[in-house]
Design a protein around this ligand. Sequence first.
Ligand SMILES: [Cu+2]
Length: 65
Amino acid sequence: MLRYTIENMTCGHCVATVTKAVHGLDPSAAVRADVAGRSLEIDTGATSEVVSAAIAAAGYRVTPV
Ligand SMILES: [Cu+2]
């Protein structure tokens, strides 16, 4: 499981955008978001580097936890 803090994930629209970015890499990834905690958990076979690059490309400030 990958865990990130995403500073500017502030609403459901952000969650949808981030989730879409992750599913672009791995359509079967399980994405769990906590907007209040600015945290994201992802079950995926993709590497953390690739996933965080995709999230960053979607416009989010992502930090691995
Ligand atoms: Cu938002």
